[in-house]
Each structure stands twice: as C-alpha cells, then as structure tokens.
Design a binder for this molecule. Structure first.
Ligand code: S3P
Length: 174
C-alpha cells in the first residue's frame, strides 16, 4: 500500500507517553532512515531544555518553534526520514497541513490510564506538573483527539507497546 504524500517521510503524532520516541527509534533501526525528534531538535536549536523554554519563554513560544521546525523540514525538502513529534504539535491548526505535506502521519493512541502510568515516571513534561495530572490528561485528550484524527493517515493503538508488532503495522500501511 502506498499513500502519496509530497515527501516520503513517516511522522509520528500522539499524546505524551504513547510511544512516539520508542517507535521512532525502532523505525529508524529497521528502515535505516534518519530520525528527527522534534522535541530534541527544538532543545538543540534553543540551547535549553523544554521545561526551561516553557518556564522562561512560555508555551506559545515553544509552539512557534514547533511550527518553524516543520516549515524548515518542508523548506529543506526532507525525505526518507522518521519524524517523531511533541504531543501538542497539533494544537496549532496551521501545523496539521504541514504534517500531512511532509509524509505519512501515524497517530499512536492509548488509554488515559496507560498515559498516566507512563508519564508519571519522568518529570520532563511541564504540562503535567500539576495537582491533578489525570484530570488534565482527560481534558487534553478530549481537546486533542479530533486534531490527531484530522492530522493523521493511520491510527494505531499503542496501549500495549509491542514494538515489533506496532512497527510492522506502520510499515504495512505506509
Ligand atoms: C507536549 C508534549 C511533549 C513536549 C512538551 C509539550 C504536549 O512531547 O513537546 O512537553 O503539549 O503534549 P512528548 O509528547 O514527546 O512528551
């Protein structure tokens, strides 16, 4: 099967903790395509961590950096690359056509319980540093699920992180 995006990349979108980085690394290994992790690329470019960008410059400024990154990838005609994105990249509506223009977009989705479990293990996510992260996860999922849906060509349930199985599912459809 083949979609016909303008540029043949595989992009991974989805909520924090749904396995974008893990599956991105696996696709990188299996296909031998370079891997770009948008969070890491932004941290490198800004010369500071995401928590610092949020704290010092605000979330809006981080969102601008995400848009700039996508625009640069299009500008540079990036091809045959795995691009894993930050969970909120779809909150700017302008980013949705940019993602789709770059390639085949896969939405990794899992349950709020799994997300809570996985994200409570590290504190690198400024959005979830609040009194009631579970409630926030539910609220954000309600807001974002329609956007992930709109932005993606394929939805995959990644509640069970069977890495081989998920990777094969993506490659069969891409
Ligand atoms: C965010 C998700 C994070 C990171 C930032 C904001 C979000 O990426 O971009 O903390 O708004 O969901 P991961 O999905 O890779 O954790």
């Amino acid at each position: 099967a083949s979609s016909s995006p303008v540029m043949q990349n595989i992009l991974l979108v989805g909520f924090m903790g749904c396995g974008k980085s893990t599956i991105g690394r696996e696709l990188h290994q299996v296909l031998g395509y370079p891997l770009i992790d948008s969070d890491e690329a932004i941290e490198q470019q800004a010369g500071k961590s995401i928590p610092d960008i949020f704290a010092q410059d605000g979330e809006a400024s981080f969102r601008d950096l995400e848009t700039q990154l996508l625009e640069n990838l299009i500008q540079n005609e990036t091809q045959h690359t795995i691009i894993s994105t930050g969970g909120g990249i779809i909150t700017n509506p302008a980013n949705i056509p940019l993602l789709k223009q770059l390639g085949f977009v896969v939405w990794l989705a899992c349950s709020p319980e799994v997300i809570f479990e996985r994200t409570s293990r590290n504190s690198n996510r400024p959005l979830l540093q609040c009194d009631n992260p579970m409630e926030l996860i539910h609220t954000l999922l309600d807001q974002r699920n329609p956007l992930y849906q709109e932005a993606s060509h394929l939805k995959i349930n990644s509640s069970n992180l069977e890495i081989d199985e998920l990777t094969c599912g993506i490659l069969e459809s891409a």
